[in-house]
Ligand binder design. Structure first.
Ligand SMILES: [Zn+2]
Ligand SMILES: [Zn+2]
Length: 469
């Protein structure tokens, strides 16, 4: 079985012909397919590889079939002979040559007829088959079922899942998932499998120390031996983390806003052990302790991906010492539209570009928002001044992941990487893998516009080079 192994350094690839997992080689084909390819040259191969599943004792017929054959049976002989693919020739007969069964080798003597221009040439040859172990998909599935006794499912049930990405980084950099036998990325979370319940408990404790977690646990009895009294049960943990990520907009229920002494609209600064929020009207920052959060949970009204750009048209200075001002903005994409008034404590000037959430025509089901009277809901909530367009040449690093996949176009990952580039403190707890190019740039002393300075990436280089494949 292909086990998930965090320490693993050799990357496996799929055979480009039949798709079994192999270690990389120049042709990127498995032994079985390689010897088959040889046959196209017109020669009878001296040796062929047969994949054999030791568990169910079936033989592999590429690409996807597995069949059982008795030793030295006619079926096995047929299977062996079918594997010999020789151009312009016909295998007419074959018979087994006795081999010791422990040798994991089969020998078949074959007769080959080859038509030349003048006559048919008959040729005799011996082909040796090397049996290689390969677990078939059925057995792999069966083993996976049997080997784990605890599963930890982490979920962030939200539109934006950057807090989940952050948690993944903490798990990776602190190797908190040691002892996990398998890992699967899910649509809104991650599953970790353990064959040892203590390791699973340790992992759960780590997550609970890191983020506010709602924990559910179930135990299912799988089998019980009536003679020995031995029981085998599987434990499932479901860990929900808050459906909130950095810079998401939150509309608080009246009671919680009252408790915290804030207005109803807040922005998430970060989700750690506590949830850090900032009032959208005043610069007041508050923390919601993790335990308290799950007693009266709230969700994000709008995820960061919904941020829009506005241009400041006018500022009303109510009085000199005012912290919160009324600001008039227009959408950047439609500067001729009517000015929208909103309250903010962000220091702004007329002409500034600012990011914010538009709340008009909002199509979201949110109890706290429903609870607010129509006339109290602002049309726009401003978040921050738009970062100046200092474009980086290209990104010189990638994010280390638990599972490397196709991330092109994944908005959450892209936004999370931008957050890492903006936040030096965050960078200390995430897995940054610099590109090879960094080394060359450093040696040439070349200046490049990069959000993470080349010198900082160089420091990372020496520490990640040895562990990242
Ligand atoms: Zn293959
Ligand atoms: Zn099998």
């Amino acid at each position: 079985m292909q086990r998930y192994n965090p320490q693993r350094t050799v990357t496996s690839i799929l055979c480009c012909k039949c798709g079994v997992l192999i270690e990389p080689n120049p042709g990127n084909v498995c032994g079985e397919c390689f010897t088959e390819e040889l046959g196209h040259s017109g020669e009878i191969p001296a040796m062929l590889v047969l994949h054999h599943c030791r568990n169910c004792e079936r033989y592999h017929i590429p690409p996807k079939k597995w069949v059982y054959c008795e030793p030295e049976s006619l079926d096995l002989l047929k299977l062996c002979m079918q594997r010999i693919k020789v151009k312009d020739a016909k295998i007419t007969d074959g018979s087994f040559i006795w081999t010791e069964s422990h040798s994991r080798r089969l020998q078949v003597r074959v007769l080959v007829d080859r038509d030349t221009e003048t006559a048919t040439v008959r040729q005799e040859a011996t082909v040796e088959y090397v049996l290689q172990n390969l677990q078939c998909k059925d057995c792999e599935r069966l083993m996976a079922e049997k080997t784990w006794c605890a599963i930890v499912q982490i979920r962030q049930r939200a539109e934006g899942r950057r807090t989940l990405l952050y948690l993944e980084q903490l798990i990776l950099t602190q190797n908190a998932h040691r002892g996990a036998t398998d890992f699967k990325m899910r649509r809104n979370g991650m599953d970790f499998y353990f064959s040892d319940k203590n390791a699973a408990n340790r992992f759960v404790a780590f997550i609970e120390c890191t983020l506010p977690v709602k924990k559910g646990r179930t135990e299912k009895l799988v089998s019980e031996d009536t003679h020995t009294g031995e029981r085998f049960s599987k434990a499932s943990y479901v860990l929900d983390i808050p459906p909130i990520s950095k810079e998401d907009l939150i509309c608080l229920p009246k009671s919680i806003a009252h408790q915290l002494g804030t207005s109803r609209f807040l922005l998430c600064l970060r989700v750690r052990k506590n949830i850090h929020l900032v009032d959208c009207e005043t610069p007041r920052k508050v923390e919601v302790p993790g335990l308290q959060y799950w007693k009266t949970p709230f969700v994000a009204l709008l995820s960061k991906s919904r941020l829009c750009s506005f241009v400041v048209r006018d500022i009303e200075d109510e009085w000199e010492a005012a912290v919160t001002k009324t600001v008039y903005v227009v959408p950047e994409e439609n500067v001729d539209s009517q000015e929208i008034a909103t309250r903010t404590s962000i220091p702004l000037c007329v002409g500034d570009c600012v990011l914010g959430y538009s709340l008009t025509h909002l199509n979201t089901q949110n109890d706290a928002l429903e609870e607010m009277r129509e006339d109290r809901v602002p049309d726009v909530v401003l978040v921050k001044k738009k970062p100046l367009g200092k474009k980086q040449d290209r990104r010189l690093w990638r994010l280390k992941r638990l599972q490397n996949g196709d991330e092109a176009g994944c908005q959450d990952t892209e936004m999370f990487m931008e957050e890492i580039e903006e936040d030096k403190e965050l960078r200390s707890s995430v897995g940054i893998v610099p590109n090879e190019e960094v080394l060359e740039l450093w040696e040439r002393g070349e200046e490049v516009a990069s959000s993470i300075p080349v010198s900082e990436l160089m420091e990372r280089f020496s520490s990640t080079m040895n562990i990242d494949g």
